[in-house]
Design a protein around this ligand. Sequence first.
Ligand SMILES: NC(=O)c1ccc[n+]([C@@H]2O[C@H](COP(=O)([O-])OP(=O)(O)OC[C@H]3O[C@@H](n4cnc5c(N)ncnc54)[C@H](OP(=O)(O)O)[C@@H]3O)[C@@H](O)[C@H]2O)c1
Length: 384
Amino acid sequence: MRRKGVSILGSTGSIGTNTLDVLRSHPERFRVVSLAAGRNVSLLRAQVEEFRPVFVSVETEDAASALRNSLSAPVFVEAGPQAAMKAASFEGVDMTVAAISGAAGLLPTMAAVRAGKDIALANKESLVLAGSLIMEEAAKRGANIIPVDSEHSAVFQSLLGHRREDIKRIILTASGGPFLKTPLSELGRMGPDEALRHPRWKMGRKVTIDSSTLVNKGFEVIEARWLFGLPPEKISVVIHPQSIVHSMVEYIDGAIMAQMSAPDMRSPISYALSYPERISSGTEPLDFSRLSLEFSAPEPERFPCLGLAYEALKTGGTAPAALNAADEVAVGLFLEGRVPFTGISRIVGEVLGAHRSREPRSVEDVLDADREARELARSVAASA
Ligand SMILES: NC(=O)c1ccc[n+]([C@@H]2O[C@H](COP(=O)([O-])OP(=O)(O)OC[C@H]3O[C@@H](n4cnc5c(N)ncnc54)[C@H](OP(=O)(O)O)[C@@H]3O)[C@@H](O)[C@H]2O)c1
C-alpha cells in the first residue's frame, strides 16, 4: 500500500500530539513529510527524531537555530509564516492536518488548499476568518476538507448516505465548560485557573478558555455554516455535559442521526486521516451500563459570546474575523490576569458593535480587518 504523506501544522499542540499518536500506530499507512510548530523546540526535536520529516518549520529564527543545533542528523528547518506555508504545501504531502491555534493558522491552511492538498481541519479560525475564500479555493483546487473538530466530524458522519435537501437542522453539542453551574453573580470572580479546568477535554489554553465562554461553540456554528453550506437558522446548539454525543443531524421526517464515542480527539483525527476508511484510534469503547446522557438549552445570559457569534455570522463579511480577533486579544488579557472573565464578552461585544463589516475579496482584506479589530479590542480593554 502506498503510504499517505502527512503534514502536521501545530505538531507540538494538543491536536498535533494526538495526531502523531494515531500515526505512530499506523506506520504502514502514513509517513510524516513535514511538521510546523511554534516555539516548543524540545518537544519538536523529539518529534523530528522519531518521525524523520523532510521539512520542519518553526515560528522564530531563534527556535530554528536551537532546533538545528540539537538534531542528531540534518533536516531542512526554516522559520516564520512563509515556512509554515511551505510545510503545509510541501511536495509529497497528500493531507495537511491544520492544527495551529488561532488566526496564525489561516495563511498555512490557505497555502495547503491552494496546493490542492486534502485538509484535516482543526484550525476552525481559518473558516471563521475566511470561510467563503477557503471554500471557493478548495472547490477550485479539488482540495477535500475533512473536519477534525469532534462536532463537525460527527455531523459529517451523520450526513453520509442522506440527501442534503432532507436536512432540517444540525445540532452541535457543547459540554458547557467549567462554569455551567456556577452562579451568574460569581462568574466575574473566576480566574484563569478555574477557566482552564475543563471537565471533559484536555486542549490547548486558548480553546479551553473559549469553551468556558462558549465562544468556541459560536466559532463552530460559523465553521459549520461553511463546511456544510447551511444558514444560521439551521444550526443549533445544545448543552450536553457528558460529551458522548458529539453532534447530530435532524432530518425533515423527524429522524435524528447522532455520532457517539468517548471524548477522545484521536477518534475524529483518525477518521479524518483515513476517510473514507476507518482505522483503530486507541479510543476507549463506551460502557453503556454506566452512561447517563443529559441535554439542555444554553442560557443566553451565562454565555453571551454564543449570541455574539450568531450575530457576527448573520452580519457576515469581516464581522466573524473581528469576533475572532477581539476574542484572541480578550483571552490573552484574561490569561495575563488583566481583565476579568466577564470582560471577555464585554470586549468582544464592543468590538463587534463598532466593527464596520465589508465583504473580503482576499486573505489580505481579512487580515486587515483582523488587525483593525485587535487594535480596537486593546483600546476597549484599556479604557475599562
Ligand atoms: N485541542 C482540541 O481538543 C481541539 C478540538 C477541536 C479543535 N481544536 C482546534 O485546533 C487548533 C489547535 O488547538 P490545540 O488545542 O491543539 O492548541 P495548542 O495545544 O495550543 O497548540 C497550538 C499549536 O500551534 C502552534 N502555534 C501557535 N502559534 C503558532 C505560530 N504563529 N506559528 C506556528 N505554529 C504556531 C503551537 O506551537 P508551540 O506550542 O510549539 O509554540 C502548537 O503546536 C485550534 O484552532 C483549536 O480551536 C482543538
